[in-house]
Design a protein around this ligand. Structure first.
Ligand SMILES: *[C@@H]1O[C@H](CO)[C@@H](O)[C@H](O)[C@H]1NC(C)=O
Ligand SMILES: *[C@@H]1O[C@H](CO)[C@@H](O)[C@H](O)[C@H]1NC(C)=O
Ligand SMILES: *[C@@H]1O[C@H](CO)[C@@H](O)[C@H](O)[C@H]1NC(C)=O
Ligand SMILES: *[C@@H]1O[C@H](CO)[C@@H](O)[C@H](O)[C@H]1NC(C)=O
Length: 482
């Protein structure tokens, strides 16, 4: 189909410098445009084939898109969804929305339009329901270069980009590293993720938050009588970043069982803090290294989704009329991308990933009937899986292990000791690691047991953040003879 033009001058660029140079440029340009044309037409016919073969998937997804559009119209407080095709969707803020947050890096105000690939978003977030998001020893053992390269990236005080001395790295991580995932997919039915927005003071969600099976907070969020009616008193998990470590000790007082999960790196300030509290501490696993992590809010949602069926979010800045980034317990602080965040959280709500609670939504009747239900989401998800498989030509495997790139195996006698180390400070000897790591299988919620059995006790982890097909999967060989 494409003919490569012969070069007019047999290799030599002799005689006259200008003319041949221009000719070469012209030839190069025409070859290039032919090449682009060829690529475009092959893509086009490729797409046509996929559209013809996957009519049913396209139909399911298009139908799903119209449900998402309706959901955004009903719940988005002014946001609207424009459908581009069976996967692509644009969320628009109304004309005249105050876009006052200034992006210093790109020197622009936030745009009023955001485009999404709903198929991909669905694939990504449904995957979290089966993931472990805690860094474990079995993960480091199974991942290629897990100890040498990955572990080193999680230790700020190492001062080297590789664990050339593995003993040293093991020593630093020992206290934070459980042998296998301490928490299970579907362990809880409902979870509340509580952000730190000052909007929390406009409502009294306290009791509602406390009625969840688990509550996840972040950083320095104080929990005490002063704020109880706004943010509740229940404390189960807390994601912390480096900056939060310094003030953590008074905040944790009276909450010895609250699990701390370090978002990115462990480092000296953390180590010193950890020595002085009895709380169980782990490292978050699904961090996007190098490219820089997304906001803590996203990470708390990932953590929640890896343990909870229903994720209710409170205290995120998601209402129209943003003026400045506030926190419920301190002066306003520099924030980031309020419109982009609001649009994305709205999309996630309409994909059944989270349920948003905020002052402007507090008064309406609690009614989730305009959000696509589980059945519709599962159908759309499977259609997206089949479509992606058809596009990448890896048809066939639709099972739950299709994205496992790397496998590890752990036998019944190689599980290793639970977290904690023999040289712990006196206060850490009270750490209640066993509460999670030695919970008997029979005590797990039925849905979690069913999932464990269906997955044959395999734990799944992401290798690097947001890629879909790079899972590290670890098989747990069960005790022989039952
Ligand atoms: C490796 O680290 C351990 C623990 O800190 C230390 O005892 C040992 O001497 C180190 N080995 C080398 C070769 O530096
Ligand atoms: C609650 O925490 C805030 C912030 O740390 C503090 O100012 C306040 O005094 C605390 N209230 C109580 C009753 O402890
Ligand atoms: C540890 O957790 C268990 C299970 O929730 C609880 O019964 C026990 O009281 C806790 N122990 C301590 C020392 O907090
Ligand atoms: C998640 O696990 C369930 C079993 O509980 C399985 O049916 C499903 O296919 C898995 N989902 C994904 C996205 O892997």
């Amino acid at each position: 189909m494409m003919k490569r033009p012969q070069p007019p001058f047999g290799g030599g660029g002799s005689g006259g410098h200008r003319r041949p140079a221009i000719l070469y440029l012209l030839i190069a340009a025409s070859v290039f445009s032919l090449f682009i044309f060829a690529i475009q037409s092959s893509l086009f016919t490729g797409n046509q084939n996929i559209l013809a073969v996957n009519k049913e998937e396209i139909w399911i997804l298009s139908h799903f898109q119209s449900n998402v559009k309706q959901c955004v119209a009903k719940r988005g407080l002014g946001l609207t969804a424009n459908i581009i095709d069976h996967c692509k969707l644009v969320l628009k803020f109304p004309e005249g929305t105050d876009s006052r947050w200034f992006n210093k890096q790109f020197k622009v105000f936030e745009p009023l339009e955001y485009s999404y690939d709903v198929c991909e978003t669905l694939l990504l977030w449904e995957q979290y329901r089966n993931m472990s998001t805690i860094l474990t020893r079995e993960y480091l053992d199974a991942r290629p270069d897990g100890w040498l390269t990955y572990a080193a990236k999680r230790i700020a005080q190492l001062g080297a980009d590789k664990c050339y001395n593995r003993t040293l790295c093991e020593e630093i991580l020992r206290m934070l590293l459980p042998p296998y995932p301490p928490f299970h997919p579907h362990q809880f039915k409902t979870c509340a993720v509580v952000g730190n927005s000052g909007d929390l003071l406009k409502t009294e969600f306290g009791e509602e938050i406390d009625s969840h099976d688990a509550v996840i907070r972040d950083n320095e969020a104080p929990v005490n009588k002063t704020y109880a009616k706004h943010v509740g008193m229940k404390r189960d998990f807390r994601i912390v970043v480096r900056g939060g470590a310094r003030n953590m000790i008074p905040i944790l007082r009276g909450s010895d069982d609250e699990v701390l999960i370090i978002k990115s790196l462990t480092h000296r300030v953390f180590n010193e803090m950890i020595e002085r509290v009895p709380n169980p501490v782990y490292l978050f696993q699904g961090i996007v290294l190098r490219r820089g992590a997304k906001g803590t809010g996203m990470k708390t949602i990932e953590l929640a989704l890896s343990m909870c069926d229903i994720v209710d979010i409170y205290g995120f800045t998601v209402d129209p009329g943003y003026t400045e980034w506030t926190r419920y317990f301190s002066e306003p602080k520099g924030g980031h991308n309020p419109l982009q965040g609001r649009a994305y959280y709205q999309l996630l709500e309409c994909l059944g990933v989270i349920r948003i609670h905020s002052p402007m939504r507090a008064k309406r009747k609690v009614d989730w009937s305009d959000v696509p239900n589980r059945d519709m989401i599962n159908k759309a998800h499977m259609a997206a899986v089949r479509l992606t498989n058809a596009q990448t030509g890896q048809a066939g495997d639709l099972g739950p292990f299709r994205s496992c790139k790397v496998w590890g195996n752990v036998g019944p006698n190689e599980r290793g000791p639970i977290s904690g180390s023999p040289d712990m400070s006196d206060i850490r000897k009270r750490s209640n690691y066993s509460k999670w790591e030695e919970m008997p299988f029979e005590k797990l919620r039925k849905e979690a047991q069913d999932h464990y059995i269906q997955m044959q006790g395999t734990s799944m982890y992401k290798m690097d953040g947001n890629k879909l097909d790079d899972l590290v999967c670890v098989r747990h060989t069960l005790e022989s003879g039952n």
